[in-house]
Design a protein around this ligand. Structure first.
Ligand code: F6P
Length: 542
């Protein structure tokens, strides 16, 4: 690994000089000079077609970005990840979510253990359990089959499951009800359970550590709710299962570890939707659907592992993000799925991208002197178009977007799908090419309105197209973003797999919580703002 600081490396310097040359060029010119650009600047893998021609790049930009990736040893680091090396240096852990989707029979030995065999052992147990629930063989405390499944978890133990459930709803058992509780705000639990009967409800308590305050608080309320309705502590055995890496804490909570599905510390929370954390997904779509999703993940993993950077979708997307963040000063990236089923996909990506790459020091602890992870956000199209797209088109900030569309709708109805998809293409076109003053005037626009109607354009986008949203495609799509995040983090030299920044808030909250119920006149050992807020809260509480 080069010890030269990132900004001093030859490829970085060449990119900076190149940006000074071409950063101001307009996509209109780039397309005019190279009419076949849209056919050339594209790549395909695992059912996903990526058109990246509407980015502010030339062939030279791409060549320099690939050089940067090679200088930062993206390929070597990728191979290290796939080999099980402990690349999560600040936590001294391997990063092996890719092992979660390796096919049965494959093998990967880490510290003398075949992790793929372990993975499939758990997958088989999950499948047997899912079949028992789905067939009605598993009975609740009063002898009724399970009709409702409530996943209790937060962060990676919630966002993946809820996103996948919504994304794959078309494939789910409609006679089963799925709910997801994450927030420690009791409203989340109360609203999720208010119309459910405890004797038909299974709680899946999902927590990698089984030490997360929100999840344990909600799990305790769930236990009270079940025991309260069924009048018997013994009901817990039939209505609770756990997904965790920590068997001791699961047992201490009172869940029989025979009803626990494990995973390993080499699976990061935000990379865990394809581990046992996906139990609710498997209950919803069945073991075969889950296996299909894993196959999609694996297909993208193999593409990332074996394809030259020049045609490698995650590498291309990751490098383009670096180009905008570090050379154009871009602060945020929008992800707009044109598929209602993907409505939670942007929220899922926020944890994946921002918890991974929101870092201020390099892996060896030196402060970075360049920007790292951008803010990711988004909403399903076309809703966003009628809300914040105005700023994308005419605001003063440059915000690259990923537009995700499909060839076929899972709910074909009249002409809805063509109308939806026409918007994918139209938005990419409008963002890139805009509307010139001459064009606006040629429409007979009044002079005073002309400046308001001019659209500068030159706003970059990627368009991702797939045939239709299937479990397999979802797996490939998630893996695409996982490896794009990896590519970005590797260039920036940061640890994309730790999340120390979330700790301080947790510690401070645990100090504050007891003081919220203390006597009104008790001395408060806080800064003056926090102390005043606590006093005011106590007064409001009454
Ligand atoms: O606080 C952040 C975090 O640690 C995430 O990384 C993780 O996904 C989430 O909390 C939940 O953690 P757990 O699965 O251990 O309950």
């Amino acid at each position: 690994m080069s010890t030269t600081p990132l900004r001093e490396r030859p490829s970085w310097q060449a990119l900076a000089a190149h940006h000074a040359d071409i950063g101001g060029r307009h996509l209109r010119e780039l397309f005019a000079e190279d009419p076949a650009r849209g056919e050339r600047l594209r790549a395909e893998a695992a059912g996903l077609y990526l058109d990246y021609s509407k980015n502010r790049v030339t062939d030279e930009t791409m060549r320099l970005l690939f050089e940067l990736a090679r200088e930062c040893e993206v390929e070597q680091r990728r191979d290290l990840m796939f080999s099980g090396a402990p690349i999560n240096t600040s936590e001294h852990r391997s990063v092996l979510h890719v092992a979660l989707r390796m096919p049965k029979g494959a093998s990967l030995t880490v510290d003398g253990v075949d992790v793929v065999a372990q993975v499939h052992e758990v997958l088989d147990r999950m499948a047997a359990f899912a079949e028992r629930i789905r067939s009605g063989e598993w009975r609740g405390h009063t002898g009724k089959p399970i009709r409702n499944i409530v996943n209790v978890g937060i962060g990676g133990s919630d966002l993946g499951p809820v996103m996948a459930y919504e994304a794959l709803r078309h494939y789910t058992r409609r006679d089963l009800t799925f709910r997801f509780v994450s927030n420690v705000d009791a409203t989340d639990f109360v609203e999720a359970t208010h119309d459910l009967a405890a004797d038909e409800t299974l709680f899946v308590i999902s927590s990698k550590t089984f030490g997360t305050l929100e999840t344990l608080t909600n799990a305790r309320s769930a236990r009270d709710w079940v025991v309260g309705q069924l009048g018997d502590d013994a009901a817990v055995a039939k209505h609770f299962v756990a997904v965790s890496t920590n068997a001791e804490r699961v047992a201490a909570f009172g869940i029989d570890t025979a009803n626990m599905f494990g995973f390993w510390d080499w699976v990061g929370g935000r990379y865990s939707m394809d581990s046992a954390i996906g139990l609710s997904t498997m209950l919803a779509v069945g073991p075969d659907g889950f296996a299909e999703m894993l196959a999609g993940f694996h297909e993208m993993d193999e593409h990332f592992r074996t394809t030259p950077l020049e045609r490698n979708l995650p590498a291309l997307m990751g490098l383009l993000t670096v180009w905008y963040v570090n050379f154009f000063g871009v602060q945020s990236v929008g992800v707009m799925p044109y598929d209602q089923y993907l409505k939670r996909f942007p929220a899922y990506l926020q944890q994946l991208t921002m918890e991974s790459n929101g870092k201020h020091v390099t892996r060896d602890g030196h402060p970075v002197d360049y920007d790292t992870g951008p803010v990711y956000w988004g909403e399903p199209g076309t809703n966003g178009q009628h809300s914040f797209y105005q700023l994308l088109h005419q605001g003063t900030r440059l915000i690259p977007v990923d537009l995700i569309g499909f060839g076929r709708s899972l709910n074909p109805l009249r002409d809805h799908h063509d109308l939806l998809t026409s918007n994918v293409f139209a938005q990419a076109q409008a963002l890139a090419f805009g509307k010139t003053e001459e064009e606006v005037r040629a429409e007979g626009t009044a002079d005073d309105v002309v400046p308001h109607r001019v659209m500068e354009g030159n706003r970059p986008s990627n368009t991702l197209l797939a045939e239709r949203l299937t479990p397999r495609l979802l797996g490939a799509l998630v893996a695409l973003y996982e490896h794009s995040v990896f590519t970005q983090g590797t260039i920036w030299g940061i640890d994309s797999f730790d999340q120390w920044g979330v700790e301080l808030g947790k510690v401070l909250a645990s100090k504050i919580a007891p003081d919220l119920t203390g006597p009104a006149d008790a001395a408060l050992d806080y800064d003056s703002s926090t102390a005043a807020l606590i006093r005011h809260y106590r007064a409001l509480k009454g």
